[in-house]
Design a protein around this ligand. Structure first.
Ligand SMILES: Nc1ncnc2c1ncn2[C@@H]1O[C@H](COP(=O)(O)OP(=O)(O)OP(=O)(O)O)[C@@H](O)[C@H]1O
Length: 221
């Protein structure tokens, strides 16, 4: 479980998050829903210490630095070595220390050999996303955080990712954010609303029956 206690984050006078207290359960898919600028990415950046904040974030009672090699965060400006090939990037970022050949074989499920051997600077937006998705399978992290992962993926890749996320969540604590509710409907286990500097857990909702678009209309607008 990830425990967030009294988390506050300001950018100057903009109080993006104020005294947030939530728990993210283990081995579930938790989804953060909120309008543009609500603070979803900020929250994720706090989780992985890319932003300073007030409060406490613990991963199964441990500080981030003690679980750093078990956390994988994927967000739009996540860094890649653009002068290196896709496979060289995977080899460098692979914290499970799989052999390069094993990384390559896993990555082939997501990108062709030709693309994997090309410099990342030549990749399309969707191909960069697929490289990170391959990294999830290579690293098999305990905690997986994906900010707007479905953006830029083609239909087949989205279907494949949805299936993989379900499978991964048997052994992974997963946090997702996004706006394309078609992708997140019938996928997520837990829902959190990000609004007015707060993150609120939605209790007792049957997410398999309820439509995220309707929940958004009723609770966010
Ligand atoms: N580095 C920054 N400096 C100043 N303000 C920032 C910075 N990053 C984000 N903000 C502001 O913080 C607020 C929350 O932004 P954030 O990116 O977390 O929103 P979001 O919920 O992820 O939005 P979206 O759905 O559009 O991706 C916004 O008002 C944004 O303008």
């Amino acid at each position: 479980m990830i425990t967030i206690t009294n988390l506050s984050k300001n950018y100057g006078k903009n109080k993006v998050l104020q005294d947030v207290n939530i728990n993210i359960p283990e081995n579930k898919i938790s989804f953060l829903m909120g309008e543009n600028g609500a603070g979803k990415t900020t929250f994720i950046k706090c989780l992985v210490q890319l932003e300073n904040y007030k409060g406490q974030i613990l991963f199964d009672e441990k500080e981030f630095q003690d679980v750093r090699d078990e956390v994988l965060a994927i967000y739009d400006d996540a860094p890649l070595y653009t002068n290196l090939s896709g496979i060289e990037n995977l080899d460098l970022m692979n914290f499970r220390k799989l052999k390069k050949k094993e990384c390559y074989n896993i990555a082939l499920k997501y990108l062709s050999g030709d693309i994997l051997k090309r410099k990342v600077s030549t990749y399309s937006y969707g191909q960069r996303k697929k490289l990170f998705i391959a990294l999830v399978e290579i690293c098999s992290p305990k905690y997986l955080i994906m900010d707007e992962i479905s953006n830029g993926l083609d239909y087949e890749s989205m279907k494949g990712l949805k299936k993989s996320l379900k499978e991964w969540s048997k052994n992974m604590t997963i946090i997702l954010t996004g706006h394309q509710f078609d992708f997140y409907n019938n996928l997520i286990d837990e829902l959190y609303i990000v609004k007015d500097s707060q993150i609120t857990y939605f209790e007792n909702l049957d997410l398999n029956k309820e439509n995220l678009g309707d929940i958004y209309d009723e609770n966010i607008i």
